[in-house]
Design a protein around this ligand. Structure first.
Ligand SMILES: Cc1cc2nc3c(=O)[nH]c(=O)nc-3n(C[C@H](O)[C@H](O)[C@H](O)COP(=O)(O)OP(=O)(O)OC[C@H]3O[C@@H](n4cnc5c(N)ncnc54)[C@H](O)[C@@H]3O)c2cc1C
Length: 383
């Protein structure tokens, strides 16, 4: 029982932790990581437990949960796997965008389907020549009667190839103007004719999967446009704060998972007749790891509470994302050191965190871009 959270929130944490222990025990996690398979049954168990209803408004069938609630869920899933936390994040972030920017008809159509697990969602912004520089996207949508025709290529799309996935794709609808005035967001089923998906051979995040997507004359009904034509940038901005803090929560959870694992190992593994955790070098490493994770967690929950109170928390949240992702990468690296040779063996879980953590400081905005943004919000023009 953590007194900083309400009784319901402590119960929520307990529920998610038990759900993960039941449906995703360590040997199952190791297997799906090895086989690089998407755990549909686990996703369904989240649906059944109402985890996807949590952040949505009651008016649309949700549970009206807070940002702190969403962070609790992400933290507990992340504790097991950063990869799996992206399965939760993808559908949740995209759905919240529909809730904020969709018409009443679109909300009534999409949100119940998402919450019931009938569909899931992924986001596609990045392209081969457009990473940090979102404005460089080249995929286009051109109006053709009551449809739009989408052409282009997307890259690094998390979870895009999963069954019944709806790709939330950002395109240019007016390439002549500044990208902020010429982007739009469309919801496109991943089995629409003209779409070709290729699962990429990445270093980690094997289960949710990372995809390349080709769009060739893909006909998308006009009612799949969210927020209006050329309003894509507003969609991106509207979700930035919640997405970033929930992503930070997943990183914090994963970092906690690393520390727990490394601590247990340090108490158990004996060399020179004593547990390695009694060597000051290892004990201090663990003390530092735990301290940094606690700091990342405190900042993340402080930001989540700020969002719930309606405060503009962009600077703090960007700091939370930066710090949580770098902390995860750092503790996974130190965890590998504590595990010695065993850490490098795929029968142990630290290497999975090490691989997944490496990309935490790149995906969803690199550390350098976060620093640029923080500096900018401090009144510095960092280029
Ligand atoms: C596993 C994984 C999953 C992903 N999932 C998704 C997804 O679901 N949907 C999606 O749309 N995208 C996704 N991405 C893409 C991700 O958002 C981009 O990788 C990220 O935005 C960085 O773009 P980039 O990789 O092209 O790097 P680049 O932008 O080319 O950057 C390369 C390097 O230059 C630095 N750099 C670039 N610009 C600046 C600057 N102005 N100042 C200082 N340094 C700078 C960067 O920090 C980085 O170190 C995913 C990526 C990965 C690896």
């Amino acid at each position: 029982m953590d007194s900083r959270f309400s009784e319901e929130q402590n119960l929520l944490r307990d529920t998610v932790a038990k759900l993960m222990a039941k449906h995703c025990p360590p040997e199952f996690m190791r297997r799906i990581d090895r086989e690089q398979s998407y755990p549909y049954m686990l996703y369904d168990s989240w649906v059944e437990a109402g985890l996807f209803r949590m952040p949505f408004a009651e008016a649309y069938g949700g549970l009206g949960g807070s940002t702190v609630d969403a962070c609790i869920i992400a933290e507990e899933i992340g504790r097991v796997s950063a990869d799996l936390s992206m399965m939760y994040g993808g559908s949740t972030f995209c759905g919240l965008n529909v809730q904020r920017k969709g018409s009443e008809e679109q909300k009534a159509y999409w949100l119940p389907r998402l919450m019931s697990g009938e569909i899931r969602m992924s986001i596609s912004m990045s392209e081969p020549d457009a990473g940090s520089d979102v404005g460089a996207i080249r995929t286009t949508a051109v109006r053709d009667g009551d449809h739009y025709i989408v052409n282009g290529q997307k890259l690094w799309a998390t979870g895009a190839g999963a069954k019944n996935n709806v790709i939330n794709v950002y395109v240019k609808t007016d390439p002549k103007v500044h990208y902020r005035q010429g982007m739009s967001l469309f919801l496109v089923d991943n089995d629409t004719p003209g779409i070709e998906l290729r699962k990429l051979d990445m270093l980690g995040r094997y289960c949710t999967g990372t995809y390349e997507i080709f769009f060739k004359d893909v006909r998308v009904p006009a009612d799949r446009l969210i927020g209006g034509e050329n309003k894509g940038w507003e969609c991106i901005l509207s979700g930035l704060q919640v997405e970033r803090v929930v992503a930070a929560a997943a990183d914090v959870g994963s970092a906690e998972g690393c520390v727990e694992m490394a601590l247990a190992y340090a108490k158990d593994r004996k060399q020179f007749g004593r547990p390695i955790g009694t060597f000051q070098a290892i004990a201090h490493m663990l003390a530092d790891m735990a301290t940094e994770v606690a700091a990342a967690r405190a900042l993340m929950y402080q930001c989540a509470a700020m969002v719930d109170q309606g405060e503009d928390a962009l600077k703090d949240i960007t700091m939370a994302k930066l710090f949580a992702s770098e902390t995860y990468a750092k503790v996974a690296n130190l965890g590998m050191q504590i595990f010695g040779a065993y850490g490098y063996n795929k029968e142990f879980d630290m290497q999975r965190h090490y691989r997944d953590a490496r990309i935490a400081t790149v995906a969803a905005g690199t550390s350098q871009v976060q620093r640029n943004l923080i500096a900018g919000l401090m009144g510095l023009k960092a280029q």
